[in-house]
Design a protein around this ligand. Structure first.
Ligand SMILES: [Zn+2]
Length: 396
C-alpha cells in the first residue's frame, strides 16, 4: 500500500500507511528524518529502530507538513522545536500520538511517540516475574502505607509495571490517584493529573493539591526533584501507599540518588519497602528461532548456568536454548518482549544504614539470590525465550 501512495505522491496516504504499519508492528515511535538526498522514515519496535521507507525530497517535505498539521503545530515555524499531539483510530485501537520537532542542519526532524490506549489487560502475573517475586510484590501492594520504587533505564518497562500494580489496586474502596508527566496510559477508575508548567502548575504543586483529595494510593510518574520526593516520603509515612519510578541502572543506585537529592533520610528509611529493578528482553520469534549447536551449548555450561537451571528450571521450563534467525513475521528473529526483574525488600539492618546515609550492605542485597536480574535473564535464555546475545546487549 505504501508504494502506491509514494508513486502517487500522496502525503496523507503515506502518513496513514506508516501509522498502520507502526500499529501492526506495535512500534513505539516513528521517526521522520531529513537527509541530504531525501527523507528516512524509521520505526522503533521492541526497543530498536528499523528503517521503514526512504522518501524523495518533495514527498518527504509534504509528509512532514501533513504530520505537523495533524498535531496542530505551526507549519510556518521551522526554526524552533515544537510539541503537539493528535489522536487516530487504527484497527479499532485508539492511538494517542505525541509529536515533537527539532530543527537541524538538513531540516526538521519529527518524532511521533505512539501510545495505544487499548493495550489489553495489565496483569502483574504477565510481566515476567517469578512466583517468589510476585508474592513479595503483592505483599508490598497490600500494605496500607509505604513506598515502592521501580528502577531501570529508559525503555525498561517501568511504566507498565507501575500501571499493572495500579490496576491490581483499583477497587471501589480505594481512591487511586496519579501525577504523571505526561499521562502515558489512561486508566479507568483512577484520577490522573499531568502538570502544566506553561501555566505555572508544577509537579510539586499538583502533588500538594492531590494530597488534599483524600487519596489511598498515589503514583508519581518519576521521582526527580527534592521537593516532590520529600512530599512523597511524607505521604508514604502518613497512611498512603506511594508508587514511583526512578531512572537508575540498579536498585542500590536509587538510594544513592535519594541521598543526592538531600531528602529526609529518616523518613525514607521508614517508608521505603521495596525497590524493583527491571529490564525488557526481546523474545525470540517462535516461527524462526533455531536451537543452539552442541558447541555453543558447551560454552554456556558454566557453574553459574547450572545454578540458574537449579533455581528456575522448574518454573520457567528448560526447552532448548535458541538463537535468532529472522523471518517475515519478526524483526531480526525477535518479536515482543519479556521483563526480567530483581526485587529488593529493605530489611531492618539496611533501614538503619539508609537512615544514616550509608550505602546499604551489598552483600545483604546480593543475598536475595534467585532475584538477581542477570540470573533471571539467563533463565529466560535457558528456556529458549530470548537469546544470549540479547541478554548481553541489555544486561552486561
Ligand atoms: Zn521470525
Amino acid at each position: 500500500m505504501l508504494d502506491v501512495y509514494i508513486r502517487t505522491q500522496d502525503a496523507p496516504g503515506v502518513v496513514n500507511a506508516c501509522l498502520l504499519l507502526a500499529a501492526n508492528s506495535k512500534a513505539s515511535d516513528l521517526h521522520i528524518e531529513p537527509q541530504s538526498q531525501g527523507w528516512q522514515i524509521r520505526q522503533r519496535v521492541d526497543g530498536l529502530l528499523h528503517p521503514v521507507v526512504f522518501l524523495p525530497q518533495v514527498l518527504g517535505n509534504a509528509v512532514l507538513v501533513r504530520v505537523k498539521l495533524l498535531a496542530q503545530l505551526d507549519i510556518g515555524e521551522q526554526r524552533k522545536p515544537q510539541d503537539g499531539s493528535f489522536q487516530t483510530t487504527i484497527n479499532q485501537n485508539q492511538l494517542d500520538i505525541r509529536c515533537s520537532t527539532l530543527p537541524g542542519h538538513l531540516g526538521e526532524k519529527l518524532v511521533m511517540r505512539i501510545q495505544n490506549r487499548n493495550i489489553g489487560s495489565l496483569q502483574l502475573s504477565q510481566l515476567g516475574m517469578s512466583q517468589q517475586q510476585l508474592s513479595v510484590l503483592h505483599q508490598c501492594l497490600e500494605a496500607p502505607q509505604g513506598m515502592l520504587l521501580v528502577t531501570g533505564p529508559t525503555g525498561a518497562g517501568k511504566s507498565i509495571t507501575l500501571y499493572a500494580a495500579l490496576q491490581s489496586l483499583l477497587q471501589p474502596q480505594r481512591n487511586v490517584m496519579s501525577v504523571e508527566d505526561p499521562v502515558e496510559l489512561v486508566m479507568a477508575g483512577m484520577h490522573q493529573v499531568a502538570p502544566a508548567p506553561h501555566i505555572g502548575v508544577t509537579f510539586a504543586q499538583v502533588l500538594r493539591a492531590l494530597l488534599r483529595q483524600d487519596p489511598d494510593v498515589i503514583m508519581l510518574g518519576e521521582l526527580r526533584d527534592a521537593e516532590s520526593a520529600d512530599m512523597a516520603i511524607k505521604a508514604a509515612q502518613t497512611g498512603h501507599l506511594l508508587l514511583s519510578s526512578m531512572h537508575t541502572n540498579t536498585a542500590l543506585e536509587a538510594i544513592t540518588r535519594c541521598y543526592g537529592l538531600g531528602i529526609d533520610l529518616q523518613g525514607l528509611s521508614y517508608c521505603l519497602q521495596l525497590v524493583v529493578n527491571q529490564r525488557l528482553l526481546r523474545r525470540l520469534c517462535e516461527d524462526c528461532k533455531k536451537p543452539l549447536s552442541s558447541t555453543q551449548l558447551k560454552q554456556l555450561h558454566t557453574p553459574q548456568w547450572r545454578q540458574v537451571e537449579a533455581d528456575y528450571g522448574a518454573e520457567f521450563g528448560i526447552s532448548a536454548p535458541s538463537q535468532a534467525v529472522g523471518c517475515s513475521r519478526c524483526y531480526g528473529g525477535y518479536k515482543g518482549r519479556i521483563g526480567v526483574f530483581e526485587l529488593w525488600s529493605i530489611d531492618d539492618h539496611q533501614r538503619q544504614q539508609i537512615a544514616q546515609g550509608l550505602q546499604p550492605d551489598k552483600s545483604e542485597h546480593q543475598h536475595l539470590g534467585t532475584q538477581n536480574i542477570y540470573h533471571q535473564g539467563l533463565a529466560r535464555v535457558l528456556a529458549g525465550q530470548t537469546g544470549i546475545d540479547e541478554l548481553k546487549r541489555v544486561l552486561v
